[in-house]
Design a binder for this molecule. Sequence first.
Ligand SMILES: Nc1ncnc2c1ncn2[C@@H]1O[C@H](COP(=O)(O)OP(=O)(O)O)[C@@H](O)[C@H]1O
Ligand SMILES: [Mg+2]
Length: 237
Amino acid sequence: MTALLEIAGLHAHYDKSHILHGVHLSIRAGETVSLLGRNGSGRSTTLKTIMGLVQPSAGSVRLAGVDLAGERAFRIARAGLAYVPEEREIFANLTVDENLRIGMQAARPGVPRWTPEQMYGYFPQLKERRHTQAGMLSGGEQQMLTICRSLLGNPRVMLVDEPTEGLAPRIVGVVTDVIRDICRQGVAVLLVEQKLTIALRVAERVYVMGHGQIVFEGTPASLRNAPEVRRTWLEVA
Ligand SMILES: Nc1ncnc2c1ncn2[C@@H]1O[C@H](COP(=O)(O)OP(=O)(O)O)[C@@H](O)[C@H]1O
Ligand SMILES: [Mg+2]
C-alpha cells in the first residue's frame, strides 16, 4: 500500500550542528505511527522539519506524492499537515471558543471534517470553560485545546509532539483515547512519545530514533520482543 506521508533522506542542522542524519519514515492514510526515542534523539526536530519550521538541508517530505521539503510552514499546513507542538501553543488572551474558531479551515476531500461541538464532545471540560480565557486553563486543558485547534484544520496527517508530557494520569488516559479515536475516524497520526506503554497502546507501527537516525522500525509486538533495542535506545540507563 502506498504511503500518504513519506519522508526520505531528511537532514537538518541548527547552525553548524548536524541533527538529522537521513531520517526516513512513512505513514499510510489513517495509520497511527509512533516515533520513540530518548530525549535529544531528534524526534521534535523531525516533526519541525516535516512542518517546515526547521529548513531541511537535504531530503524529501512527500504528502500524497507531492514533495513539500523546503516549502514555507503555512503552505505545508495548507496542504493538510497539522502540528501539535510540545509547547502547547494557545492564544492566552482569547477564550477557549475563540481559540477553536481560529483553527477552523475549509473541508478537505477524503478526510473527516471536524466541528467545535465534536471537540466539546471529546473534552466536556473544555465546553464548561468555553468562555474562559485560554491562559487561565490548566496544562492538561491547554493540551486538549491545542489538539482540538489543530484538528479543526481538518488535517490529513497530524504530527503530535509528546501530548501526555506532564499530564496527570487521568488526563493522559483521556488524551490517549481521543488520539485513538481521531485515527479511527481516518486521520493519520505521527505521535512522538517518551512513554513506551502509551506508544505501544496507540500505534500500529513504531519507529525508534537515536542520534538523528531511525534505528528500529516495526510493529509494537516486534518492539516488545526486542529487549536489546529498548535497552540501547529507549530505557534510561
Ligand atoms: N533550537 C535549537 N538549537 C540548537 N540545538 C537544538 C535546538 N533544538 C534542539 N536542539 C538539539 O538537537 C538535538 C535533538 O533535539 P530534539 O529534536 O528536540 O530531540 P527530542 O525531541 O528527541 O528530545 C538535541 O541535541 C538538542 O539539544
Ligand atoms: Mg522533543
